[in-house]
Design a protein around this ligand. Sequence first.
Ligand code: SAM
Ligand code: SF4
Length: 483
Amino acid sequence: MDSNFINQKYIEDLLEEAQFSNDENISCSLNKADKGAALTHSEIAALLKTQNPQHIERIYEIAGKIKKKIYGNRIVMFAPLYVSNFCVNRCAYCSFNHGHNFKRRVLTMDELREEVKILEMMGHKRLALEAGEYEKECSIDYILECIKTIYEMKFKNGEIRRINVNIAATTTENYQKLKNAKIGTYILFQETYHEPTYDKVHLAGPKKDYLWHLNAFDRAQDAGIDDVGGGVLFGLADPYFDVMGLLLHNEHLEKKYNTGFHTISVPRLCPAAGMNIDDFPNLVNDDTFAKIVAIIRIAVPFTGMILSTRENHDMRKKLLRLGISQISAGSNTEVGGYAQAALSRRIESNSLSSTTEGSHARRESTSNPQFIVNDERSAVSIINELIDDNFIPSFCTACYRGGRTGDRFMSLAKSGEIGNVCLPNALMTLCEYSMDYGDDTFRKKTKTIIENEIPHIANETIRQKTIENITKIHSGKGRDFFV
Ligand code: SAM
Ligand code: SF4
């Protein structure tokens, strides 16, 4: 096996040559993409390099069309859950890095339950479990115990139905344990595919080993985890190099395991305690970032794209139209942060009976979030705005629960049948959310959007079944339906 499928020189040459691509060639590539044809590496590199405003407008337009065609107006919702900030690694960009001196903590199971209860009260059904790397305080057994505890928990009507896991690269044996624990997607960001930069920003620890990190998804796939989610941390190296790296990594997985990334995350470097953002010379501005999101959408139309609260409200709004299919909401990037924020809000309103999901999610903790979030709105206000903007917030976890992972999901997506599956699931889970957590105004609003969307379910039988199930959810006679 070639363990280094990222050929640094190949990517550098592609980007170098792309500078000489002329307007006519780029227009031809864009016409090709508009017709749904796959683009070559050189064509994608040329799109990345173009500064021509007309081409960029076209890139946005085509990405928007692809997004609409494949994902409709559904947006899958999730929240991160940080369980430990102990870490042996010295990643120069991260506030959890070993060299940063602050009071560290790992959640006890009782503390974990407190966090999950709050997330369930926000209506979340899907979490991304996050941790630093530290065998002693946060072993694989600890992570497995967290997963078991979360899946077992039910608070009122709330429950977490899918746990995606974002923990450090590990062994095949540990990936098997995660597989057995029924995780959703195993997420790991390469941070950067540019080896010299990777070496420079990872000062010490197991993560410093580029190939160990790069080959983590091969080990995960070998262990039977067929939903893996990639990403790079934009702001470390040349962003165009990293987009090409992501696409080559995806192709490697497709060739070897018949399934590429289930999702691609697009985190952008944010200020954090223990690092100085001015030390990073490759920060990505908003226009370049939007162009990158749109080009990834064009290059890998069927791969879900995840955006976190690292981005501010305006940027998130814009990127939802260009390709993002999954966003976090009401996020807290601190260990124990949800309970802490809920406590400060209770003290603030001086009422122990106040609920957590309705008020503005201000973060008042003085401890150590992994990075500063830029969209501080509560989950409920984000969900409300999505609906006002004609999006359908989806709490669906059906594919994973129905065994549609890896290539089974991809063939569904590519068959064009996704609208007969994802749309009904989004509508049923949104209806459930509105009944469990919405007030009258919210329910009315959801009812309208559901009624408007139902005719778009092409399959007659599934449409009728969806109407039946929604009636049952409304009358309290059933819940947790999925296609
Ligand atoms: N510790 C594991 C690892 O590093 O692979 C798990 C993930 S870590 C909790 C989550 C991700 O946060 C990292 O992969 C990194 O890309 C991102 N991150 C770290 N510092 C950041 C910062 N200052 N701004 C934005 N994202 C950051
Ligand atoms: Fe640790 Fe992950 Fe932060 Fe690196 S990015 S310091 S591995 S938590």
